[in-house]
Design a binder for this molecule. Structure first.
Ligand SMILES: CC(C)(COP(=O)(O)OP(=O)(O)OC[C@H]1O[C@@H](n2cnc3c(N)ncnc32)[C@H](O)[C@@H]1OP(=O)(O)O)[C@@H](O)C(=O)NCCC(=O)NCCS
Length: 195
């Protein structure tokens, strides 16, 4: 069973455990954070249940979302989480998602995490294609994907009913060869260590 541990300059991407509960609940209980996401705000009990359930999951299983914690290396506190799912039919395709606490946004953390995760998937795991689906109104997320060089390849109109109304979504993707072609891919400085 693979325990993921990716180190970037300021952050560590690793499994979430119950010691993270209060940090995790702090942002997962904020409606601004969950506004564009498929899940809703969590009570502390739901957050605890989520962490317990997630701890049985691991990287590599087809069709299963696994949530990883994002730790600030300086403070050892959880500042967000990111998720990876390998496609049910072809595990060379990954789908990802990310959340950064409202208290820690716009410091470049999401970009740093995504670069670490992309490097892990493309350079270490030989993933062919990485996909992210975002709400068409989620400007922060769209800008994050654009700034990483993701390519917009779909605009679905009112394709999803959630939080009481029909929402529209964009699909963004990056191929392995696109990652390798980008300057980002060539100049990456991400340290990957098994736990
Ligand atoms: C989307 C999200 C992860 C971005 O996190 P972040 O740490 O603030 O992002 P960064 O500081 O790394 O910024 C990355 C890029 O996006 C841009 N950006 C970030 N937040 C933005 C905002 N609110 N409005 C416009 N642009 C924004 C930054 O300017 C930066 O672009 P640049 O590199 O060209 O300067 C964060 O806003 C979030 O967690 N939102 C709620 C959860 C969510 O909706 N997640 C996406 C669903 S999977």
């Amino acid at each position: 069973m693979e325990q993921l541990n990716i180190q970037t300059e300021r952050l560590k991407i690793r499994h979430i455990d119950l010691a993270d509960l209060s940090d995790f609940h702090l942002y997962r209980s904020n409606p601004e954070i969950t506004k564009y996401q498929g899940f809703d705000v969590m009570t502390i009990e739901q957050a605890q249940e989520f962490i317990k359930d997630n701890s049985t999951k691991h990287f590599g299983k087809a069709g299963e979302w696994v949530q990883y914690g994002i730790e600030n290396r300086e403070t050892s506190r959880l500042i967000g989480d990111c998720a990876i799912k390998l496609d049910s039919y072809d595990t060379r395709i990954a789908v990802i998602g990310i959340t950064i606490s409202h208290l820690e946004q716009k410091k470049g953390y999401a970009k740093e995490v995504m670069l670490g995760v992309l490097s892990f998937l493309f350079d270490n795991k030989e993933i062919h294609r990485v996909v992210e689906i975002v709400d068409a109104e989620n400007i922060a997320s769209i800008n994050l994907l654009k700034s990483l060089g993701f390519r917009q390849e779909g605009h679905f109109i009112e394709n999803i009913f959630f939080k009481g109304k029909w929402g529209s979504e964009f699909q963004y993707a990056m191929l392995r060869r696109e990652w390798e072609e980008t300057k980002i891919g060539k100049n990456r400085s991400v340290e990957l260590t098994p736990r």
